[in-house]
Design a protein around this ligand. Structure first.
Ligand SMILES: NC(=O)c1ccc[n+]([C@@H]2O[C@H](COP(=O)([O-])OP(=O)(O)OC[C@H]3O[C@@H](n4cnc5c(N)ncnc54)[C@H](OP(=O)(O)O)[C@@H]3O)[C@@H](O)[C@H]2O)c1
Length: 362
């Protein structure tokens, strides 16, 4: 790319926003030129607005420190400065729906982490390795919005990243019943242990709204485009429990599966490690070389050893074994704020750029 695209980040001061800032430092295609957050941060420099709240392990990039934070609601001001935006704001669902559409209507593509538009029929919710063809509905969404280049694309919830890709790789064996329990890190709530000391040595058996997302969103990923809308798949049925655990980064899933065509363990492992998609074929800048790895050791995947696999963009799988109630069980692990949030959105934006949906404003 001759000239980098100008990027704005909505919710730039939050946990996911900070992850965007870190991941986009030295990105070959994108340059962060605008940071936006709540009225509390607006008018301050990014460095002042974030202050002690910087939660990344790498230092705050020099290039953003002196950017002045704009109020997310100043849509025209942000839109005038950027080619597209990433969205990770914490507002009500209705507010997020409205603000993301307002940005799209200024001809600014929005690649969002938020859940607000995940079930809007003509908004694609994509994991590039799984359902890139869903970007086709953008053309119909633009007709509805009355835009030429503005649209919204979203990514799914962080919880499903540890098992939905695995089940996708096993599609030929026709999984039809899945029981999953997720063990989710505190960064998924935008927190670390300083903000949330009550989590040290603790487990909370409830994450608001998470179980429904974990059961339903994979079905939308596996859905089909029909008449300009995504129609969700009906199988496999998934039931899920989501637990908050004292882990900083990394969502683990313990999963049981029944198959119509029961495979061997070797076949299951083979399909995981050979699985790849368009992100690998196009060699997108943030694509993991290998999307999923299989670990043979009984005590893997582990958070401390495996969460950063492929710079947090890959999925680690282990403990595949036969079960006496279901056919097989396994454990999956992925990084919730990298692949599960900002990194997943960056990869989607890269695919949208490679396919010509996102380009420089004239
Ligand atoms: N953490 C994850 O792993 C994860 C994964 C997937 C999706 N998400 C979603 O991504 C979004 C952000 O999550 P997070 O964990 O980064 O949250 P967070 O750390 O609480 O950050 C929230 C961001 O939204 C801004 N904000 C809050 N109220 C606002 C308002 N009224 N108007 C405009 N901006 C406002 C905040 O700005 P100030 O700093 O000025 O308050 C901050 O930049 C949420 O919708 C979350 O559900 C998170």
């Amino acid at each position: 790319m001759e000239k980098k695209l100008r990027v704005g980040i909505l919710g730039a001061t939050g946990m996911v926003g900070q992850r965007f800032i870190s991941l986009l430092e030295n990105h070959p295609w994108y340059e962060v030129v605008t940071v936006a957050a709540s009225p509390r941060s607006a008018g301050k420099t990014y460095e002042e607005a974030v202050g002690e709240r910087w939660k990344m392990t790498t230092p705050m990039p020099e290039s953003v420190k002196r950017l002045v934070v704009i109020n997310v609601n100043e849509v025209e001001a942000v839109a005038a400065a950027v080619d597209f935006v990433f969205s990770a704001v914490d507002m009500t669902k209705e507010e997020i729906k409205a603000i993301e559409e307002a940005y799209a209507k200024t001809e600014t593509p929005v690649v969002s982490n938020n859940s607000a538009h995940r079930w809007t029929p003509d908004v694609p919710m994509v994991i590039p390795e799984i359902n890139p063809e869903h970007f086709e509905v953008i053309i119909d969404q633009k007709k509805r919005l009355g835009t030429e280049r503005g649209f919204i694309a979203v990514k799914p919830n962080c919880s499903i990243q540890s098992y939905a890709p695995v089940l996708t790789a096993w599609k030929e064996f026709e999984p039809y019943e899945v029981v999953a329990t997720t063990y989710q890190a505190i960064s998924g709530a935008g927190k670390n242990f300083q903000d949330w000391p009550e989590m040290i040595g603790n487990l909370i058996p409830y994450i608001g709204g998470e179980e429904e997302k974990s059961e339903q969103e994979p079905l939308r990923l596996w859905g089909k485009v029909e008449n300009g809308e995504i129609v969700k798949a009906s199988s496999p049925v998934i039931t899920c429990q989501c637990l908050r655990v004292p882990v900083l980064n990394g969502h683990t899933a313990a999963v049981f599966v029944k198959f119509r065509k029961k495979p061997t363990k070797e076949e299951l492992i083979d399909r995981i490690v050979t699985f790849k998609g368009i992100a690998q074929e196009l060699d997108l800048p943030s694509a993991p070389k290998q999307f999923m790895q299989y670990l043979e050791e009984d005590n893997r995947p582990q958070i401390t050893l495996d969460v950063d696999y492929e710079k947090g963009m890959g999925v680690s799988v282990g403990r595949i074994r036969e079960d006496n109630v279901y056919d097989y069980k396994f454990v999956g692990l992925s990084h919730n704020t990298v692949r599960g949030a900002a990194g997943g959105a960056v990869l989607s934006a890269e695919l949208l750029t490679a396919q010509g949906y996102i380009k420089a404003k004239a």
